[in-house]
Every structure is written in C-alpha cells, then in structure tokens.
Design a binder for this molecule. Structure first.
Ligand SMILES: [Zn+2]
Ligand SMILES: [Zn+2]
Length: 247
C-alpha cells in the first residue's frame, strides 16, 4: 500500500511539472509571437481591441498553475493504472490498415466525446446558480490571451479533468494517439484564446471555419458571453441553436 502511495506521489509531482512546463512554454511562445513582437511583423489579425494587460495575464497564469495541480491527479492515477495493465491504453507498432483505421477512429471519437462533455458542462456552468463557483474565473478574461488556455476555477478544473482519463479506462486507445490528442488539445486551447486569428481568412470563411472552433469563434464567447460554447467543433452549437459564429 505504502509503495503504491509513493509511486503515485512521484508520478503526480512529475505530471504537475510537465503540465506547468508545457503550459508556460507553449502559451509563452504564442504570446511572444502574437503580442510582443513588432506589430508590423505580425500577420494574424487582432480580435481584441486592447493588448493584453498585465493584470489579466497574471490572473490567467495564477488560475492555470492551480489547474495543473488538479489535472495532474486523475492523469497520474491513469498512468499508475496503465503501468499495472488496468486501462484500455495499448502500445506497440501499428502495422495493419485496420490498426491505423482504428487509431484514427478512436482519436476522432475521443475528440467528439470530449467536445460533447465540454459543451454540456460548459452550458450548465453558465447557469446563474453555478456560474460564480465554477466558471467566473475563466471569464475574467473579456479579451483572452494565450495564457487563458488553462485558466479555470478549481471547481471547473475538477469537473473537466477526470473525463478523458476515465474514457481511457474503457475505450481502447493507442498511447501514440493519446500523445497526439494531448498536443491537439493544448494547441487548440492556446490558439482559441490567442486574441488574434492565426488561420487565414479563406479558412475561417471556408469549410474549416464552419466545422472547427477557432479564435474568431471562441473570442465571441468571451466578449458576448452567451453562445459558442463548443471546444473543438461547432456541431453542438449548431445543433442546439447556440452558434454565434458568423454574426
Ligand atoms: Zn464560458
Ligand atoms: Zn475560453
């Protein structure tokens, strides 16, 4: 028992450090590239009227670092269970077309389920009775910056952190797909809060922008507050009549 507690604690501490480092490096790099260089050199159009203020950035970083402690807990538990063969995560070379087909399918399925879970919990957190305790912290950023990508109130982090590790107990997924998904999630969160649109206008106005959530889409959630609740795809916003993307 004691042995399990010690290895869990070590995994947990390592994961906190990894999550924080990933956040600081990626959000920092995007913040530098989009907001700290010479304005003439930055091609991505501004969505925010004002440049990020120190106060907002400080708030976003504080909540994000606290979130890392919360996200690391179910993540560490999953890693510990994986090492003992208790999860649906598999490894080894993928050599057959069916193997690749399933890898792609499982990745898409995880994204869809995560998007679905996010959309509905996000809507519930916007209900007045839950809002202050769960989601007000994220919306302190009226004009978000890349640092807002992980800035959730502790309760919101608790609500969202367990979902993907729990899926990995039941729906088979290759460890390589897990790493790809983690990268997509991080980049998606940073770019959607960047305060500038990094994708070309023809993508935003074309099929890409109709299907996927971009900074143009998510910025409207922060400035208008209602609508555009999705995470990766506009599917649920369209289906439930909450899409404000083109207005
Ligand atoms: Zn919200
Ligand atoms: Zn946001």
């Amino acid at each position: 028992m004691e042995y399990y507690a010690v290895t869990f604690l070590l995994t947990y501490i390592a994961l906190v450090v990894i999550i924080m480092t990933r956040y600081v490096v990626i959000a920092g790099a995007v913040h530098y590239a989009l907001w700290m260089r010479d304005e003439a050199k930055i091609k991505a159009p501004r969505l925010s009227r004002h440049a990020p203020t120190r106060k907002v950035v400080r708030h976003e970083i504080t909540l994000s670092l606290i979130s890392a402690f919360i996200y690391a807990a179910p993540g560490a538990l999953l890693i510990e269970m994986w090492e003992r063969g208790g999860t649906a995560i598999y490894q080894g070379a993928i050599t057959t077309p069916a193997g690749w087909g399933y890898a792609l399918f499982s990745g898409a399925l995880y994204l869809f389920l995560h998007d679905t879970y996010f959309y509905w919990t996000h809507r519930v957190m916007h209900m007045p009775r839950f809002y202050k305790a769960t989601h007000a912290g994220h919306h302190k950023s009226k004009q978000p910056t890349p640092w807002a990508s992980f800035s959730f109130d502790p309760l919101e982090a608790v609500i969202s952190a367990w979902f993907l590790p729990a899926l990995a107990l039941f729906i088979p997924i290759h460890v390589g797909v897990v790493l790809v998904l983690l990268s997509i999630m991080t980049m998606n969160a940073v770019f959607n809060h960047a305060g500038r649109e990094i994708y070309p206008a023809r993508w935003i106005n074309g099929r890409f922008g109709k299907v996927f959530i971009t900074a143009t889409h998510h910025n409207k959630h922060h400035t208008r507050f209602t609508g555009n609740y999705g995470l990766y795809f506009r599917f649920w916003d369209y289906a439930m009549g909450t899409d404000r993307g083109d207005a």
